[in-house]
Write a protein that binds this ligand. Structure first.
Ligand code: NAP
Length: 309
């Protein structure tokens, strides 16, 4: 069967959306799902901030967006580095007056991940802690009706997240580390939604699974024989494409249908039920508080939930 090669905005049914005057940051947009979403937001007229570590790849995406008539810039930041994420927050604040759409997409599965300078297991730091740091650092920069969209994964199902163990490496496989970070993504997105609502904010927060996508660069972290199988799958019309994955991100960022939806989990542009552990309110609150402790920052949006409890 022929693949649907339509652009993400068409797959999401938002090809008529006009994002001119809006600003979008897509983290991890040097390749894969993020790159396709950044290009799509650009085609819809938004000013786009492209992010990742690879400058050459980032600049190429900027050129592609500019060729579609929108403005774009690349900002590099390594999500395994707290200071780099602080610098990204500052650069975004210098670059835009307000941010309308924040897509927390950067992430991956990392072999031999080790721990970061913070003493935290790297996958958890890159995939969860840095998006938390970035989002909470940008709260004051978000437009009144901004949308925060977080790329999670179906891999969160069956994952366990023991926050006492995110500083340990013993007995942890790269896949288990990845899956628990994706569980954290949904818990974070849901808790952000809850706190924003308690603060009477119109900013929304949703998460999604982009599909199973052999055509992105996600398999960089795989080893043989899985790497060989994934590389082979890239040559076949199987699985989802980066454009399929980007469609749900663009749907959550640009569709009228999702303008007032918050605290939900999606796949294929439809609301789904995340695993019970991703909706466990006690776990969500604990992740929020412990993430602030790990980053040694004051608990963000703490007043809202204290007065709302
Ligand atoms: N592919 C799948 O089947 C699949 C399934 C479910 C969920 N996802 C999720 O989808 C998202 C995008 O992945 P993808 O499939 O599009 O893979 P990808 O092509 O490898 O894209 C990952 C992006 O994240 C950035 N990134 C990775 N590590 C980083 C770090 N330490 N600091 C800053 N940026 C970093 C990469 O940029 P640089 O390399 O330039 O730093 C790249 O732009 C991820 O969150 C992934 O977990 C993917």
């Amino acid at each position: 069967m022929a693949r649907n090669e339509a652009e993400p905005e068409a797959k999401a049914g938002v090809e008529d959306a006009d994002l001119s005057g809006k600003t979008v940051l897509v983290t991890g947009s040097t390749s894969g799902v993020g790159r396709e979403a950044a290009r799509s937001f650009g085609r819809l007229g938004a000013d786009v901030i492209v992010h990742g570590r690879r400058e050459e790849a980032g600049n190429k995406v900027v050129e592609e967006i500019e060729a579609s008539g929108s403005s774009a810039e690349f900002i590099a930041a390594d999500f395994a580095d707290v200071d780099a994420v602080d610098a990204l927050v500052e650069s975004v604040q210098e670059s835009v007056d307000e941010l309308d759409i924040l897509c927390n997409n950067a992430g991956g599965l990392f072999r031999d991940a080790g721990t970061t300078d913070l003493g935290v297991e790297m996958t958890f730091h890159v995939n969860h802690l840095s998006p938390y740091q970035l989002t909470t650092g940008l709260l004051e920069t978000l437009a009144e009706d901004a949308r925060v969209v977080t790329t999670a994964s179906i891999g969160h199902r069956g994952a366990t997240l023991n926050l006492d163990r995110v500083v340990e490496l013993a007995g942890l496989s790269p896949w288990a580390a990845y899956c628990r970070s994706k569980l954290a993504n949904i818990q974070f997105s849901n808790e952000l939604a809850r706190r924003l609502e308690a603060a009477d904010s119109d900013v929304t927060s949703n998460s999604f699974h982009p599909g199973l996508i052999p055509g992105s660069e996600f398999s960089r972290g795989f080893i043989a024989p899985t790497k060989g199988v994934t590389d082979f799958l890239k040559t076949l019309p199987v699985g989802d494409t980066p454009k399929d994955g980007a469609a749900t991100m663009v749907y959550l960022g640009a569709s009228e249908e999702t303008a007032d939806v918050s605290g939900k989990y999606f796949a294929r542009c439809r609301q789904r039920r995340a695993a019970p552990s991703a909706r466990d309110e006690e776990a969500m609150a604990e992740l929020w508080e412990r993430s602030a402790d790990l980053l040694d920052i004051e608990e963000p949006l703490a007043d809202a939930v204290q007065s709302g409890r």
